[in-house]
Design a binder for this molecule. Structure first.
Ligand SMILES: Nc1ncnc2c1ncn2[C@@H]1O[C@H](COP(=O)(O)OP(=O)(O)O)[C@@H](O)[C@H]1O
Ligand SMILES: [Mg+2]
Length: 254
């Protein structure tokens, strides 16, 4: 269980005489084990800040975040992050970058070559396993970053607009793959996106945030039956959720 308890985050002024930024205020949210929860909200409303606090990269200036029985004070291997931009080790090949994720739980990733190759294939990276990051497109680099996170089979997966830079077809493939993986190993997922379709398609619950300082504006339980497919977004029920969510977003935007 992940619980944000009245969390606030203020960044100090970045220039002399400047104003501090209140990024997040009175943010409370509980995510159940195995739940797929998405956050949508306008750019700059504090979504990344929320994820970074849960990841342990930033400290709340108010309130606390509890995971299981522990207050989050630092990063931990049970909370794996996929960043908005690819974050690869430039001197390592694709397969070594993917295997690097495994060094967190196992000192000898060489024993996992089969697992790595399976991930390479699932991610559509076959033939590129010996390439270095600079030899790949941005979208491919991001797929390697995602593979590196998923291969660790994390208890919680924190994803910050992970598919934002991918083309439509790859994005759709990644969504399908993520849903399959989630069904099999049931990690708790906090997924940030500004794509409402993506949020509804993937999630058990969609949390809509207010503009900065970010708070929860409204939550929607998505009761569309699973498994969901790309064409689920055309159903009447889906469109009903979409309309409700867009209307809250518009209302919040003033
Ligand atoms: N390290 C930082 N120092 C100062 N201000 C920051 C920092 N990180 C984010 N901010 C500010 O906090 C607000 C929320 O940012 P962010 O969490 O990145 O929003 P989002 O991910 O929803 O676009 C923005 O106004 C941003 O400029
Ligand atoms: Mg962000």
């Amino acid at each position: 269980m992940i619980q944000f308890e009245d969390v606030g985050k203020m960044y100090p002024a970045t220039s002399k005489g400047g104003e501090p930024t209140i990024a997040v205020q009175e943010f409370s949210l509980r995510i159940e084990d195995g739940e797929f929860c998405s956050i949508v909200g306008p750019s700059g409303c504090g979504k990344t800040t929320i994820l970074n606090m849960l990841a342990g990269f930033e400290t709340p200036t108010r309130g606390q975040i509890v995971v299981g029985d522990d207050v989050v004070t630092k990063p931990g291997p049970e909370r794996t992050v996929v960043f908005q931009r690819p974050s690869l080790l430039p001197w390592m090949t694709v397969s070594d970058n993917i295997g690097f994720g495994l060094t967190i739980r196992d000192k000898n990733p060489k024993g996992h070559q089969q697992e790595i190759m399976q991930m390479v294939e699932e991610m559509g990276l076959s033939g590129f396993e010996s390439h270095f990051p600079y030899q790949l497109s941005g979208g491919m680099q991001q797929r390697v970053s995602i593979a590196r996170a998923l291969i660790t089979d994390p208890t919680s997966l924190l994803m910050d607009e992970p598919f934002g830079a991918l083309d439509a077809q790859t994005r759709s493939d990644m969504q399908r793959f993520l849903l399959e993986l989630w069904k099999t190993s049931q990690p708790t997922v906090l997924f940030i996106t500004h794509d409402v379709d993506e949020a509804i398609l993937l999630s058990d619950r969609v949390v809509v945030m207010t503009p900065r300082p970010g708070m929860v504006a409204e939550e929607f339980s998505i009761e569309l039956k699973r498994p969901r497919k790309w064409d689920s977004i055309l159903s009447t029920e889906f469109l009903r959720y979409k309309k409700q969510i867009l209307s809250v977003l518009r209302q919040e935007a003033g």
